[in-house]
Ligand binder design. Structure first.
Ligand SMILES: [Zn+2]
Length: 174
């Protein structure tokens, strides 16, 4: 994906370019090609970039250290301001509260937008913080000491018998 010359985007129909993605990114290891699309729209003072892509990555479980495959779905949108460096501090004051959830970037209005780099960043950000092969993964150590579940007789009785059983236990305890 070649970097896009930003002024050219403004001359396109609807000021929009749709890029079909079906490729591997060398810096971002995936099991299958990254498939989907990136839409770049020139909004005058900003670019509105959105992406929907899908791929499969191999991750290492935080608990048991086994590798597992994870379907990585990306569905994101970002505003990239088109401005010269000098206006940056003014904007910072307004944007600072969004900083964590939205890594706002800016580009010069006559610069280039690199879809590859942007997609790489978005994919990296979308990796799960907590990587688990399975929500119930118990990890390495507990597996060895996990006791076999004991058969519970009461569970096999129906609820009426359960009530009797409780009563009986209460009487016995008294
Ligand atoms: Zn695991």
């Amino acid at each position: 994906m070649e970097p896009l010359y930003i002024p050219q985007l403004a001359n396109r129909p609807d000021r929009t370019l749709e890029i079909v993605v079906d490729r591997l990114i060398p810096e971002f290891a995936t099991l299958t090609p990254i498939r989907g699309k990136i839409i770049v729209k020139h909004g005058g003072t900003f670019l509105e970039v959105s992406a929907q892509t899908e791929t499969i990555v191999t991750l290492t479980c935080d608990r048991c250290l086994q590798q597992y495959n994870h379907r990585l779905m990306l569905d994101t949108q970002e505003i990239i301001w088109l401005e010269a460096e000098s206006t940056e501090p003014e904007r910072r004051g307004v944007e600072v509260k969004n900083e964590l959830e939205d890594l706002v970037d800016s580009l010069p209005p006559d610069g280039h937008f690199p879809p590859d780099v942007w997609l790489y960043e978005q994919l990296s950000l979308s990796l799960p913080l907590r990587q688990l092969c399975n929500l119930d993964c118990v990890g390495i150590e507990p597996l060895e000491i996990a006791p076999a579940p004991e058969p519970v007789e009461v569970a096999q009785l129906d609820s009426r018998w359960g009530i009797l059983e409780n009563l009986k236990q209460k009487l016995e305890n008294n």
